[in-house]
Write a protein that binds this ligand. Structure first.
Ligand code: SF4
Length: 344
């Protein structure tokens, strides 16, 4: 992953933020688009949050994008646009925790701070046949101590990157390539014969599922009602169609009518089902059901949120959560006269 090892502190910071919760092949096009559009910390700090969210659309975990924007402004204000080299200073920047601070300070500035991410946890757990639950605080502290002891202080950046790459490319979660691994001779997990039993994790709870229903309300000019989520909420700053969670025993159409009324003050007649789209977030799954809605009364929208009657260009240009974006693609295909299946 050559872009990850770029020696520009800004690039290293950006790549480390993008790669949290994201695979390299997914993150690479985002990184390249970001540095083209925002080549410096200053340019990122001067962008609108809408622009940053729009560039981030599809990558998920949108708090990363909001923090990136806030952090750029903080770096310009406090360090004249230069990313600070001190680990303690890095920790004061929005969105930078111990992992990212260690990555930036070691890779960009050659300081001896050990990085412990998911890849490193997997490699170290297997190397030591570490039998404790790695989600425990005591296990994390222990692994951080081991990582720090193993760190090569003369080349901390290269060392950290090597360990992360070993985890990403060789010591993969389900199929580690132990035969090709440069450390297999002293890997306890491998020598025991079953390295994939590490890292030990508590069994995860069943992921909850919610039915979310949204109304596609068109005005007489063919524009569609959209509103912007509050910045402090989940998916904050992104646009969405009005709607919400189905209650037990409620019909989907009734949820649609009720939620639209509650959120926008508009009484709507719920019409044809447009699509049902499944999407998984980190801690829950949803099925997003969309219905055509006709605005029955002459009441003007009364959403407390920022809202718009959006034309197609706006639907394409604004940042929407992934399931809403899939829905927009279906709406645009319908508008172009090439309807697709109503669920996927
Ligand atoms: Fe991972 Fe296998 Fe290498 Fe051990 S020998 S670190 S289990 S790839």
């Amino acid at each position: 992953m050559p872009w990850r090892s770029s020696r520009t502190p800004y690039h290293i910071w950006l790549s480390e933020i993008i790669l949290q919760q994201t695979r390299v092949d997914q993150g690479t096009p985002y990184f390249l688009r970001f540095i083209e559009r925002f080549p410096t910390v200053e340019s990122l700090s001067q962008a609108s949050l809408d622009d940053v969210l729009q560039m981030w659309e599809g990558l998920g975990y949108y708090s990363r994008a909001r923090n990136l924007h806030k952090a750029a402004q903080c770096i310009v204000e406090k360090w004249q646009g230069h990313i600070p080299s001190a680990y303690a200073d890095l920790l004061t920047i929005p969105g930078i925790g111990p992992y990212t601070a260690a990555a930036i300070s070691s890779i960009a500035f050659g300081q001896a701070h050990a990085v412990v991410d998911g890849n490193v946890i997997r490699v170290l757990s297997r190397l030591m046949a570490f039998s404790k639950d790695v989600s425990l605080h005591s296990s994390k502290t222990h692994l951080q101590t081991i990582a720090t002891l193993l760190l090569n202080p003369r080349e901390p950046g290269n060392y950290n990157e090597s360990l992360m790459e070993l985890g990403a490319l060789v010591c993969s979660p389900n199929k580690p390539d132990c035969a090709q691994c440069p450390v297999h001779s002293f890997c306890a997990g491998y020598n025991e014969g079953n390295p994939t039993q590490y890292p030990v994790k508590r069994p995860s709870k069943k992921t909850p599922h919610y039915d979310i229903v949204v109304g596609i309300i068109e005005d007489q000019l063919g524009r569609i009602f959209v509103q912007k989520r509050p910045v402090e909420a989940m998916l904050g700053g992104l646009w969405e169609f009005p709607g919400g969670k189905k209650e037990a025993l409620e019909e989907l159409t009734e949820t649609c009518r009720r939620e639209v009324l509650e959120e926008t003050g508009m009484n709507v007649k719920v019409g044809q089902h447009i699509a049902s789209i499944k999407h998984a977030y980190s801690h829950f799954r949803i099925t997003l059901h969309a219905f055509e809605c006709t605005h029955e009364s002459s009441t003007a929208p009364a959403s407390p949120l920022e809202w718009e009657w959006a034309v197609h260009e706006q639907l394409q240009a604004y940042a929407f959560p992934k399931a809403n974006r899939d829905l927009i693609n279906i709406l645009l295909e319908r508008a172009a006269g090439t309807p697709k299946a109503t669920s996927h």
